[in-house]
Design a protein around this ligand. Structure first.
Ligand code: ADP
Ligand code: UDP
Length: 257
Protein backbone atom coordinates (compact mmCIF):
# COMPACT_ATOMS: atom_id res chain seq x y z
CA UNK A 1 0.00 0.00 0.00
CA UNK A 2 1.18 3.51 -0.85
CA UNK A 3 0.96 6.23 1.78
CA UNK A 4 1.19 9.80 0.61
CA UNK A 5 2.46 12.32 3.16
CA UNK A 6 0.15 15.31 3.47
CA UNK A 7 0.24 18.59 5.41
CA UNK A 8 2.42 19.04 8.51
CA UNK A 9 0.07 19.02 11.51
CA UNK A 10 2.49 19.38 14.43
CA UNK A 11 6.18 19.46 15.22
CA UNK A 12 7.15 18.14 18.65
CA UNK A 13 10.45 17.53 20.38
CA UNK A 14 11.03 14.06 18.92
CA UNK A 15 8.52 13.71 16.10
CA UNK A 16 6.75 15.53 13.29
CA UNK A 17 3.15 14.61 12.54
CA UNK A 18 1.67 14.77 9.03
CA UNK A 19 -1.71 14.09 7.51
CA UNK A 20 -1.98 11.04 5.23
CA UNK A 21 -3.62 12.07 1.93
CA UNK A 22 -7.02 10.45 1.56
CA UNK A 23 -6.97 9.00 5.08
CA UNK A 24 -8.23 11.42 7.72
CA UNK A 25 -8.26 8.53 10.21
CA UNK A 26 -4.46 8.21 10.13
CA UNK A 27 -1.42 10.27 11.08
CA UNK A 28 2.06 9.84 9.66
CA UNK A 29 4.65 10.16 12.41
CA UNK A 30 8.22 11.00 11.46
CA UNK A 31 10.78 10.16 14.14
CA UNK A 32 13.39 12.93 14.28
CA UNK A 33 17.11 12.62 15.04
CA UNK A 34 16.81 15.20 17.82
CA UNK A 35 17.22 14.42 21.48
CA UNK A 36 15.93 16.64 24.31
CA UNK A 37 15.91 16.45 28.09
CA UNK A 38 14.67 18.47 31.06
CA UNK A 39 11.62 19.72 29.14
CA UNK A 40 13.81 20.66 26.12
CA UNK A 41 16.26 22.79 28.14
CA UNK A 42 19.00 20.41 26.96
CA UNK A 43 19.12 19.69 23.23
CA UNK A 44 21.14 17.33 21.06
CA UNK A 45 20.87 14.88 18.19
CA UNK A 46 22.61 12.02 16.47
CA UNK A 47 22.40 10.60 12.99
CA UNK A 48 19.99 7.70 12.52
CA UNK A 49 18.34 8.19 15.92
CA UNK A 50 14.91 8.61 14.33
CA UNK A 51 15.28 5.38 12.36
CA UNK A 52 16.44 3.44 15.45
CA UNK A 53 13.54 4.74 17.53
CA UNK A 54 11.02 3.98 14.78
CA UNK A 55 12.35 0.40 14.53
CA UNK A 56 12.36 -0.09 18.30
CA UNK A 57 8.83 1.30 18.69
CA UNK A 58 7.59 -0.86 15.85
CA UNK A 59 9.04 -4.09 17.31
CA UNK A 60 7.72 -3.28 20.78
CA UNK A 61 4.22 -2.52 19.48
CA UNK A 62 4.15 -5.73 17.40
CA UNK A 63 5.29 -7.75 20.42
CA UNK A 64 2.66 -6.17 22.68
CA UNK A 65 -0.08 -6.53 20.06
CA UNK A 66 0.45 -10.32 20.19
CA UNK A 67 -0.12 -10.14 23.94
CA UNK A 68 -3.49 -8.45 23.44
CA UNK A 69 -2.38 -4.84 23.88
CA UNK A 70 -3.62 -2.75 20.94
CA UNK A 71 -1.38 0.04 19.64
CA UNK A 72 -1.86 2.87 17.15
CA UNK A 73 0.62 1.35 14.65
CA UNK A 74 -0.72 0.82 11.14
CA UNK A 75 2.48 0.43 9.09
CA UNK A 76 6.13 1.39 8.93
CA UNK A 77 7.25 3.38 5.93
CA UNK A 78 10.68 4.53 4.81
CA UNK A 79 13.36 4.39 7.46
CA UNK A 80 11.95 6.66 10.15
CA UNK A 81 8.20 6.96 9.64
CA UNK A 82 5.18 5.16 11.01
CA UNK A 83 1.57 5.46 9.89
CA UNK A 84 -0.64 5.42 12.96
CA UNK A 85 -4.31 5.52 13.86
CA UNK A 86 -5.28 9.09 14.78
CA UNK A 87 -6.40 9.04 18.41
CA UNK A 88 -8.01 11.30 20.90
CA UNK A 89 -4.96 11.59 23.13
CA UNK A 90 -5.42 11.54 26.89
CA UNK A 91 -3.73 14.51 28.57
CA UNK A 92 -1.61 12.27 30.72
CA UNK A 93 1.73 10.52 30.70
CA UNK A 94 1.63 7.22 32.55
CA UNK A 95 4.89 6.19 34.22
CA UNK A 96 5.55 2.69 35.56
CA UNK A 97 8.53 2.03 37.83
CA UNK A 98 10.03 -1.35 38.72
CA UNK A 99 13.19 0.09 40.25
CA UNK A 100 13.65 3.54 41.80
CA UNK A 101 15.70 5.92 39.67
CA UNK A 102 16.04 9.54 38.68
CA UNK A 103 14.10 12.28 40.42
CA UNK A 104 11.89 9.82 42.32
CA UNK A 105 14.89 8.14 43.97
CA UNK A 106 16.08 11.63 44.91
CA UNK A 107 12.63 12.68 46.15
CA UNK A 108 12.54 9.85 48.73
CA UNK A 109 16.26 9.85 49.51
CA UNK A 110 16.48 6.22 48.38
CA UNK A 111 19.47 5.01 46.41
CA UNK A 112 19.00 4.81 42.66
CA UNK A 113 18.68 1.16 41.66
CA UNK A 114 16.56 0.07 44.63
CA UNK A 115 13.98 -2.47 43.38
CA UNK A 116 10.34 -1.89 44.29
CA UNK A 117 8.23 -4.62 45.90
CA UNK A 118 5.58 -4.03 43.26
CA UNK A 119 5.44 -1.78 40.21
CA UNK A 120 4.44 1.80 40.87
CA UNK A 121 2.08 3.53 38.43
CA UNK A 122 2.05 7.34 38.32
CA UNK A 123 0.21 9.99 36.33
CA UNK A 124 1.78 13.20 35.00
CA UNK A 125 -0.37 15.93 33.48
CA UNK A 126 0.75 16.32 29.85
CA UNK A 127 1.44 20.02 29.44
CA UNK A 128 4.89 21.27 28.36
CA UNK A 129 4.16 24.79 29.64
CA UNK A 130 3.66 23.33 33.14
CA UNK A 131 6.60 20.88 32.72
CA UNK A 132 4.30 17.83 32.93
CA UNK A 133 3.60 17.92 36.71
CA UNK A 134 2.88 14.80 38.79
CA UNK A 135 -0.86 14.53 39.55
CA UNK A 136 -2.91 12.49 42.01
CA UNK A 137 -5.95 10.50 40.83
CA UNK A 138 -8.27 13.22 42.16
CA UNK A 139 -6.28 15.90 40.35
CA UNK A 140 -6.49 13.85 37.15
CA UNK A 141 -10.27 13.80 37.57
CA UNK A 142 -10.33 17.52 38.36
CA UNK A 143 -8.38 18.20 35.13
CA UNK A 144 -10.77 15.90 33.19
CA UNK A 145 -8.03 13.51 32.06
CA UNK A 146 -10.74 10.82 32.46
CA UNK A 147 -14.41 10.87 33.41
CA UNK A 148 -14.23 8.52 36.40
CA UNK A 149 -11.99 6.65 38.79
CA UNK A 150 -12.79 3.41 36.97
CA UNK A 151 -11.42 4.92 33.75
CA UNK A 152 -8.23 5.91 35.60
CA UNK A 153 -8.04 2.37 36.97
CA UNK A 154 -8.32 1.08 33.41
CA UNK A 155 -5.28 3.20 32.42
CA UNK A 156 -3.34 1.75 35.35
CA UNK A 157 -4.25 -1.77 34.37
CA UNK A 158 -3.20 -1.18 30.73
CA UNK A 159 0.10 0.30 31.98
CA UNK A 160 0.77 -2.75 34.19
CA UNK A 161 0.00 -5.08 31.29
CA UNK A 162 2.41 -3.11 29.09
CA UNK A 163 4.97 -3.42 31.91
CA UNK A 164 4.66 -7.22 31.96
CA UNK A 165 5.10 -7.40 28.18
CA UNK A 166 8.07 -5.03 28.19
CA UNK A 167 9.78 -6.87 31.07
CA UNK A 168 9.64 -10.03 28.97
CA UNK A 169 10.67 -8.42 25.68
CA UNK A 170 13.51 -6.30 27.09
CA UNK A 171 14.49 -9.04 29.55
CA UNK A 172 15.01 -11.52 26.70
CA UNK A 173 17.34 -8.93 25.15
CA UNK A 174 19.47 -8.78 28.31
CA UNK A 175 17.99 -5.44 29.36
CA UNK A 176 16.60 -4.61 32.78
CA UNK A 177 13.50 -2.40 32.58
CA UNK A 178 13.84 0.19 35.33
CA UNK A 179 10.93 2.48 34.43
CA UNK A 180 9.12 3.88 31.42
CA UNK A 181 6.53 6.37 30.21
CA UNK A 182 3.62 5.68 27.88
CA UNK A 183 0.96 7.80 26.25
CA UNK A 184 -2.53 6.51 25.59
CA UNK A 185 -5.40 7.64 23.42
CA UNK A 186 -8.95 6.58 22.66
CA UNK A 187 -10.00 5.43 19.21
CA UNK A 188 -13.39 6.08 17.59
CA UNK A 189 -14.92 3.18 19.58
CA UNK A 190 -13.65 4.63 22.86
CA UNK A 191 -11.09 1.84 23.32
CA UNK A 192 -7.87 2.78 25.11
CA UNK A 193 -4.98 2.37 22.66
CA UNK A 194 -1.23 2.55 23.25
CA UNK A 195 0.21 5.48 21.27
CA UNK A 196 3.29 7.63 20.77
CA UNK A 197 6.55 5.64 21.18
CA UNK A 198 8.38 3.16 23.36
CA UNK A 199 12.12 3.77 22.98
CA UNK A 200 15.28 4.44 24.98
CA UNK A 201 13.98 8.04 25.09
CA UNK A 202 11.00 6.92 27.15
CA UNK A 203 12.39 3.95 29.10
CA UNK A 204 15.28 3.43 31.48
CA UNK A 205 17.11 0.30 30.40
CA UNK A 206 20.15 -1.11 32.19
CA UNK A 207 22.33 -3.90 30.89
CA UNK A 208 21.41 -7.00 32.91
CA UNK A 209 25.01 -8.14 33.36
CA UNK A 210 26.97 -4.91 33.79
CA UNK A 211 24.26 -2.54 35.02
CA UNK A 212 25.35 -0.06 32.36
CA UNK A 213 22.74 2.55 31.39
CA UNK A 214 21.55 2.07 27.79
CA UNK A 215 18.96 4.86 27.47
CA UNK A 216 18.47 8.62 27.40
CA UNK A 217 20.17 9.00 30.78
CA UNK A 218 23.44 8.68 28.79
CA UNK A 219 22.47 12.00 27.18
CA UNK A 220 20.87 13.57 30.27
CA UNK A 221 23.93 12.81 32.41
CA UNK A 222 26.65 13.24 29.72
CA UNK A 223 27.77 9.63 30.00
CA UNK A 224 28.90 9.39 26.34
CA UNK A 225 28.22 6.64 23.75
CA UNK A 226 24.59 7.73 23.36
CA UNK A 227 24.25 6.64 19.71
CA UNK A 228 26.10 3.37 20.36
CA UNK A 229 23.72 2.48 23.20
CA UNK A 230 20.57 3.14 21.16
CA UNK A 231 22.09 1.06 18.33
CA UNK A 232 22.88 -1.78 20.76
CA UNK A 233 19.33 -1.74 22.17
CA UNK A 234 17.90 -1.90 18.63
CA UNK A 235 20.23 -4.78 17.66
CA UNK A 236 19.43 -6.80 20.77
CA UNK A 237 15.69 -6.27 20.39
CA UNK A 238 15.90 -7.36 16.74
CA UNK A 239 17.43 -10.66 17.87
CA UNK A 240 14.82 -11.31 20.57
CA UNK A 241 12.01 -10.18 18.24
CA UNK A 242 13.13 -12.69 15.58
CA UNK A 243 13.36 -15.37 18.29
CA UNK A 244 9.84 -14.59 19.53
CA UNK A 245 8.51 -14.74 15.96
CA UNK A 246 10.06 -18.15 15.27
CA UNK A 247 8.63 -19.43 18.58
CA UNK A 248 5.15 -18.26 17.55
CA UNK A 249 5.58 -19.97 14.18
CA UNK A 250 6.69 -23.23 15.82
CA UNK A 251 3.71 -23.08 18.22
CA UNK A 252 1.21 -22.54 15.38
CA UNK A 253 2.73 -25.45 13.42
CA UNK A 254 2.42 -27.64 16.54
CA UNK A 255 -1.27 -26.72 16.87
CA UNK A 256 -1.91 -27.55 13.19
CA UNK A 257 -0.11 -30.92 13.26
P1 ADP B 1 6.11 16.25 22.33
O1 ADP B 1 4.76 16.69 21.86
O2 ADP B 1 6.09 15.90 23.80
O3 ADP B 1 7.21 17.16 21.98
P2 ADP B 1 6.69 14.31 20.22
O4 ADP B 1 7.70 15.13 19.50
O5 ADP B 1 6.99 12.86 20.40
O6 ADP B 1 6.39 14.81 21.68
O7 ADP B 1 5.34 14.51 19.43
C1 ADP B 1 4.42 13.53 19.20
C2 ADP B 1 3.05 14.06 19.58
O8 ADP B 1 2.07 13.23 18.96
C3 ADP B 1 2.77 13.98 21.07
O9 ADP B 1 2.17 15.19 21.47
C4 ADP B 1 1.82 12.81 21.22
O10 ADP B 1 0.95 12.96 22.31
C5 ADP B 1 1.08 12.83 19.90
N1 ADP B 1 0.60 11.52 19.45
C6 ADP B 1 1.24 10.34 19.52
N2 ADP B 1 0.51 9.34 18.98
C7 ADP B 1 -0.64 9.91 18.53
C8 ADP B 1 -1.81 9.40 17.87
N3 ADP B 1 -1.93 8.12 17.57
N4 ADP B 1 -2.81 10.28 17.55
C9 ADP B 1 -2.68 11.59 17.86
N5 ADP B 1 -1.60 12.13 18.47
C10 ADP B 1 -0.59 11.31 18.81
N1 UDP C 1 9.84 9.97 30.82
C1 UDP C 1 9.59 10.34 29.51
N2 UDP C 1 9.11 11.59 29.26
C2 UDP C 1 8.87 12.49 30.23
C3 UDP C 1 9.14 12.12 31.58
C4 UDP C 1 9.63 10.86 31.83
O1 UDP C 1 9.75 9.54 28.60
O2 UDP C 1 8.43 13.61 29.93
C5 UDP C 1 10.35 8.62 31.11
C6 UDP C 1 11.82 8.63 31.53
O3 UDP C 1 12.66 8.43 30.42
C7 UDP C 1 11.90 7.47 32.49
C8 UDP C 1 10.50 7.41 33.10
O4 UDP C 1 9.64 8.11 32.21
O5 UDP C 1 12.12 6.26 31.79
C9 UDP C 1 10.43 8.02 34.49
O6 UDP C 1 10.97 9.31 34.43
P1 UDP C 1 11.24 10.20 35.77
O7 UDP C 1 9.98 10.80 36.21
O8 UDP C 1 11.98 9.37 36.78
O9 UDP C 1 12.20 11.26 35.14
P2 UDP C 1 13.28 12.17 35.85
O10 UDP C 1 12.48 13.20 36.57
O11 UDP C 1 14.12 11.34 36.72
O12 UDP C 1 14.03 12.70 34.65
Amino acid sequence: MEYSRGKLIYEGKAKRLFEVDGHPEWILQEFKDSLTAFNALKKGSFENKGALNRDITSMVFKFLEKRGIPSHRVADIGTNEMVTEKLNMLKVEVVVRNVLAGSTAKKFGIEEGTPLEKPLVEFYYKDDALADPFISDDQALMMKVCRSQSELDELKSVALKVNEGLMTFFGDAGLRLIDFKIELGRNANGTVVLADEITPDSCRLWDKKTGEKMDKDRFRRDLGNVAESYQEVAERLKQSFLKSQSQTLAQSQEIKS
